[in-house]
Design a protein around this ligand. Sequence first.
Ligand SMILES: CC(=O)N[C@H]1[C@@H](OP(=O)(O)OP(=O)(O)OC[C@H]2O[C@@H](n3ccc(=O)[nH]c3=O)[C@H](O)[C@@H]2O)O[C@H](CO)[C@@H](O)[C@@H]1O
Ligand SMILES: C=C(OP(=O)(O)O)C(=O)O
Length: 418
Amino acid sequence: MQKLRIRGGKKLQGEVTINGAKNSTVALIPAAVLADSEVVLEGVPDIQDVYSLLDILNDFNVKTEFNDGTLKIDPTHMVSIPMPTGKIQSLRASYYFMGATLSKFGHGVIGLPGGCFLGPRPIDQHLKAFRMLGADVTEEYGVVTLKSDQGLKGGRIYMDVVSVGATINAILGSVCAKGKTVIENAAREPEIIDVVTLLNKMGAKIKGAGTNVIRIEGVDQLHGTNHTIIPDRIEAGTYITAAVAMGRGVKVNNVLYEHIESYIAKLDEMGAKLEIGEDYVFVHPQDTLTMPTIKTLPYPGFATDLQQPITPLLLLAEGRGSITDTIYPQRVKHIPELNRMGANIKVDGDIIRLEGPCKLSGAPVEASDLRAGACLVIAGLIAEGETTISGVTNILRGYANIVSKLQALGADIEMIED
Ligand SMILES: CC(=O)N[C@H]1[C@@H](OP(=O)(O)OP(=O)(O)OC[C@H]2O[C@@H](n3ccc(=O)[nH]c3=O)[C@H](O)[C@@H]2O)O[C@H](CO)[C@@H](O)[C@@H]1O
Ligand SMILES: C=C(OP(=O)(O)O)C(=O)O
């Protein structure tokens, strides 16, 4: 079994470059199959979720070629096959094949997705959106069956909760539906804008991405195109956090500041010394950090995906603080692991309560999910002594070349077989 071994306490210095966004990529790939010819994506991260999607595309007879961040997707000979179990459960974003197959073939049989366990992750709003477009949708024994014998028709879709996945699935379902669709209370994440940018380049007519009302005029056909993926704001936030914790001057390249403004604002509030460039953030060493209170919210609020990575940084700050994850209140599996490393964090109902500063010591810990993994990597960099992290596959789902990137900054980190 692979584990990460970190010998903590080493200062970080130098430059690191952020990859294309995981949560864009995993939606752009299923969106690309709606084209009638080749789609080329640039800046594709080398992460396990991408390989899982390529495996699924192979089963759908979609030809792919992935080299050095460039992914060619040729859906010309895509076939419709049921995907009730197996690979579909290896990641969350496989739910986009519901919208994609419904749109492309008028039907689909897709199992419920996998992904990180963060508490309940229902997909009722996805299914509601498909129904509003006229599809007949059933969910039985963990499998969703979608049919639209009469063809999909545009409609008005009101989202009861702000959902990234349901918004993108509603777009995928309606992009070629007859007439107009309006999605109300849509999510506003940059990844949604990225998906809409690709679809519009493919010939779609979608307006309003990035606002909470998205308007779509159905088109008959979508064609191939080229697209460069936006930088990963969560990967950027992770490296910036590591640099605030342990940096002696770290430049994080390929960052779009406007995508992580709320995160930067929180770090500013804590006393971090950040210099914002056009496409980079330079993290200067700072003296002391102040303990904040954090509440996660849909974009542009503080991202739930950065809640776990920032937790070890809070342990370096003075005073009492709290984190409330309003999106996933049960996203707390990193807490017992941090406590194993010497923290004294309490989970009090839906509130994580912390007190700092607190000295962390290396320990064997488990990355139960992707961002818990990022949290433990940062904790391991801070801690005195040796930390070994199991559950590495969870980390590799979303962080490309994490070992070499941190080694280049001077971290003592390696992948070991245990
Ligand atoms: C592949 C991907 O892009 N994953 C991201 C996506 O996940 P995902 O798209 O699964 O998350 P959502 O935005 O849908 O979830 C937001 C909230 O809505 C609830 N909900 C969602 C759908 C639904 O049908 N019913 C419902 O009640 C969820 O339980 C959650 O409380 O957004 C999350 C929230 O920013 C991020 O943590 C994930 O990294
Ligand atoms: C929760 C995440 O991913 P997923 O939705 O793919 O499980 C994440 O990226 O933090």
